[in-house]
Design a binder for this molecule. Structure first.
Ligand code: ACO
Length: 379
């Protein structure tokens, strides 16, 4: 076979590597399903805890099962002291770097670390889901010179995160909104970070290693880092009246409008629709409507790009929501990560169930048989 016979699919666009039951994206019609359930039904009726159970177990829990799952999550919220110590030592790094380092470090304290059975992965998935918000909150407080706040068992996963971050019991509506945001970020097909997590699992490594891989990949602005970039863009714009000039300049210079475009969705991401309405209401509730107005004016300017399949994605409004909740900009990608742990867990378990080493190939297009010249004879 010659090189000419090989077809290269750069970026693995539209390549299917296996089957899944975790989620389905209908990119043409802007629909998303977790385990067969439409994301709109889940966003309107479920909670992050219940949806995490659905993703990890494959079906919705009954009351007793959800109670048990929730209590397992709650009892896993506290971090080992030695991990808090590591966080102190790396506190000046970006929160995503701290999260990646701390998740990796947690493996040293997890009794199930090398057990790849389904039961052990469920236990580890629950622990990592509960521990990730604890890492992010502890780090943010430590770097602000504040004490680390112990978890509150009376609060939901999302409200407890806000409480341990700010030290104040959050407004019920803020807790509910963050719960929905976590749910909307929980799982999403073979996105780059889930692919990375699966590659790690395919070598028969372990869940902590796979999730650590996922965090490293999610950090990039082409993936989870976009929420932070959207809010930076909104701040650079400053006032709704400046939007047109800013966006035209950006596009004329072949820049990318952050929070727009997606490899799979060629119409509006259904998650963005939920967050758009929520960002609007939150801005009104907090008497800060300017940010939504800026985002809305960007969206209006981008309408002609919808024809090319460049539409709003999940990250377009999420940054504004976190900003209005008073969360530091550099925590936005970590919040996305916290939501995604159940999805990574579900996919890693799927990978282990019918494992095959993921090992594609690169087509070599360099020279061959070059003579080795000793260093002293090289010019
Ligand atoms: N703004 C302006 N133009 C865009 C944008 C954008 N946000 N996204 C894509 N395009 C254009 C590209 O310039 C390119 O145009 P060209 O064909 O004239 O060169 C065309 O659309 C195709 O772009 P690709 O990068 O090839 O498309 P791909 O599917 O690889 O990109 C991606 C997807 C990386 C998400 C891209 O849309 C992007 O960079 N968006 C901005 C960052 C962002 O919001 N990322 C979050 C994604 S969602 C998530 O990960 C949770």
């Amino acid at each position: 076979m010659t090189n000419d016979d090989l077809e290269i699919k750069r970026g693995l666009k539209d390549i299917y590597i296996d089957t899944t039951k975790s989620s389905y994206i209908d990119g043409k019609n802007g629909r998303l399903f977790y385990r067969g359930y439409d994301i709109n039904q889940l966003a309107n009726n479920s909670t992050f805890e219940e949806t995490s159970y659905l993703l990890m177990h494959g079906e919705l829990p009954n009351e007793r099962e959800l109670e048990k799952f929730d209590s397992e999550l709650k009892s896993a919220r506290k971090l080992p002291d030695k991990v808090i110590e590591i966080i102190r030592n790396v506190q000046s790094s970006h929160p995503m770097d701290v999260l990646r380092t701390s998740i990796s470090a947690l493996s040293a304290f997890d009794v199930d670390v090398n057990d790849n059975s389904r039961e052990a992965n469920l236990r580890k998935g629950i622990r990592l889901t509960a521990q990730s918000p604890a890492i992010v909150a502890a780090h943010d407080r430590i770097r602000r010179g504040e004490n680390v706040i112990p978890p509150d068992e009376n609060l939901s996963h999302a409200s407890n995160f806000l409480y341990t971050l700010t030290g104040e019991i959050p407004d019920k509506e803020d807790g509910k909104l963050l719960d929905k945001d976590f749910l909307l970020h929980a799982e999403h097909g073979l996105n780059a970070s889930s692919f990375g997590a699966r590659i790690t699992a395919s070598t028969q490594s372990d869940l902590h290693s796979a999730v650590t891989t996922g965090v490293g990949i999610l950090k990039g602005p082409s993936h989870g880092g976009a929420a932070e970039s959207v809010m930076k863009m909104a701040m650079d714009i400053g006032e709704p009246d400046n939007t047109e000039e800013y966006i035209k300049n950006l596009l004329n210079n072949r820049g990318r409008v952050m929070g727009f475009g997606h490899r799979v969705y060629k119409s509006v991401d259904p998650r963005a629709i939920h967050l758009r309405d929520d960002a609007k209401k939150l801005g009104e509730r907090k008497n800060q409507t300017k940010w939504y107005s800026i985002l809305e004016s960007i969206a209006e300017l981008m309408v002609p790009y919808a024809k090319k399949g460049i539409c709003q994605n999940v990250d377009f409004f999420s940054g504004a929501i976190y900003y209005l909740m008073g969360i530091s900009e550099d925590l936005y990608t970590s919040i996305f990560t916290m939501g995604r742990i159940p999805g990574w867990t579900a996919q890693v378990m799927e990978q282990f169930e019918k494992n095959i080493l993921i090992r594609p190939r690169l087509l070599y297009d360099g020279l061959l048989d070059i003579d080795y010249v000793p260093i002293k004879k090289r010019s």
